[in-house]
Design a protein around this ligand. Structure first.
Ligand code: FCB
Length: 443
């Protein structure tokens, strides 16, 4: 019976992001958005979230008890510069020092994301990433981070999921500023990529030994009807638009939107020491879906992409396709030949057995990739704890730690978290633990 062993220096941990867990991030654009009626499912608003801002020490102690070796978190730009690009809030500076020190005291390696969907309201009022001239404000923030925390942070993730940011904020309209304008979406994507390239240079100039990478979200696109060449074509187009353009830009420095524009930037070429992969979902494409999104004539219903009808859905309406993990790693490996970290992978469910199966199945794919010579160096489950899941509100339960919002955000470590802790302790798992494979079909 084989044992799927992970290398001794492979890092296991979990991910989070500031706005989703900290609470009271009142100065960013999400906070303002949440106050508008009808924006968030069930009328939720992030509010106190998990009160992680005050309870980080307790939370990191829990992660330590769960054997975590690394933690991915984000620093909230709007806490540092709440009202203007020049007026620094010293309390935030000290806070994040304490956060990093707390992680270090547990020997948990911090992976710090500089931008995870939230921007200060003053930056949003300037037009955010819609305008290239605004990028300098983000870069000033990155420069500040490098100077202030560079000696405490070895791993920087620049920007989280530029493709999701651009499409959800500017095509689908679920994230602020909830515009529906494909051209603007492309512009924002281009500006985010450029911002990443420049941020990479800043962080590396400041400390050449630091490891800096972007975080990409790669859904696997499949044809809705197997064997239909039209659906196949739609899947390829969707993949190119959603994944391909970003990957190509990161590799070559060329930002090329067919029939729109073409730019080449040296600072963007080879602008990663590692690639962070967020992998969650397979999407099914047909010409109808692709056209509706591209032309933006219908409400772009992402849900329509996500199922053929036969799959069991998670609380976020997604299907599970573990093999996609391997496919994405292989694609990134072929394109970049760089170290890779799974910076997010997780499932929203109350069925904790399903979460165990999910973790094991995805790790199995990661293990397979390593076995084939790919340089995968870590896995971060999304998320360390239940949290504010953007436009879905608090409903989806992604956490290894359960949070009872009605009872003072009481934390309870889930069984699946102990299961994961055991994998970390053993540095792998036996094949016979893979017995329960049934839960991805309809219940
Ligand atoms: C990713 C986001 C993360 C979380 C997960 C479920 O797209 O990066 O903040 O919302 O999805």
């Amino acid at each position: 019976m084989p044992f799927f062993r992970f290398p001794s220096n492979f890092l296991f941990g979990a991910s989070s992001s500031a706005h989703q867990v900290e609470g009271n991030n009142i100065h960013n654009q999400w906070w303002a958005f949440e106050q508008e009626k009808g924006r968030i499912k069930n009328g939720d608003a992030s509010g106190l979230a998990c009160d992680h801002y005050h309870r980080y020490a307790e939370d990191f102690a829990l992660l330590k008890s769960m054997n975590h070796e690394a933690h991915r978190l984000s620093f909230e730009w709007s806490r540092f510069f709440p009202e203007s690009p020049t007026k620094l809030n010293g309390e935030a500076v000290q806070h994040y020092h304490r956060v990093l020190d707390a992680l270090r005291s547990h020997d948990i390696e911090p992976f710090v994301t500089t931008l995870h969907f939230t921007i200060p309201q003053w930056f949003a009022a300037l037009g955010g990433f819609e305008k290239e001239e605004n990028v300098r404000h983000y870069l000033d923030f990155v420069r500040f981070l490098a100077d202030e925390y560079g000696h405490k942070v070895r791993f920087w993730c620049t920007i989280n999921e530029p493709n999701i940011y651009a499409s959800f904020s500017y095509i689908i309209g679920e994230y602020p500023p909830a515009k529906k304008n494909v051209r603007l979406a492309l512009k924002v994507l281009a500006n985010l990529l450029k911002a990443h390239g420049r941020a990479y240079r800043i962080l590396k100039e400041s400390r050449p030994e630091s490891q800096v990478g972007i975080v990409v979200h790669l859904p696997v696109f499949a044809p809705l009807r197997k064997g239909s060449w039209l659906d196949n074509l739609a899947a390829r187009v969707a993949d190119w638009m959603f994944n391909g353009i970003t990957l190509e830009a990161l590799k070559t420095g060329k930002i090329h939107f067919p029939a729109a524009w073409r730019e080449q930037h040296d600072y963007l070429r080879d602008s990663n020491d590692f690639i962070g992969l967020n992998y969650y979902v397979r999407m099914f494409a047909s010409p109808k879906h692709a056209l509706a999104t591209a032309l933006n004539i219908l409400h772009a219903d992402v849900g329509a992409f996500q199922r053929t009808g036969a799959e069991r859905l998670t609380q976020s309406g997604w299907t599970v396709y573990a093999k996609g993990m391997y496919r994405c790693l292989k694609r990134l490996h072929k394109k970049f030949d760089l170290p890779m970290y799974i910076t997010e992978n997780g499932i929203a469910t109350d069925d904790d057995e399903w979460r165990k199966v999910f973790i094991r199945k995805h790790l199995r794919q990661v293990h397979k990739a390593i076995g084939k010579g790919m340089d995968v160096r870590g896995y971060f489950y999304w998320s360390s704890m239940d949290n504010f899941e953007w436009s879905y509100g608090f409903e989806p339960r992604f956490g290894l730690i359960h949070v009872d919002y009605a009872d003072d955000c009481k934390r309870t470590v889930r069984d699946s978290a102990w299961y994961y802790a055991d994998i970390i302790a053993k540095r792998g798992f036996w094949q016979d633990e893979t017995a329960k494979e049934s839960s991805e079909t309809v219940k």
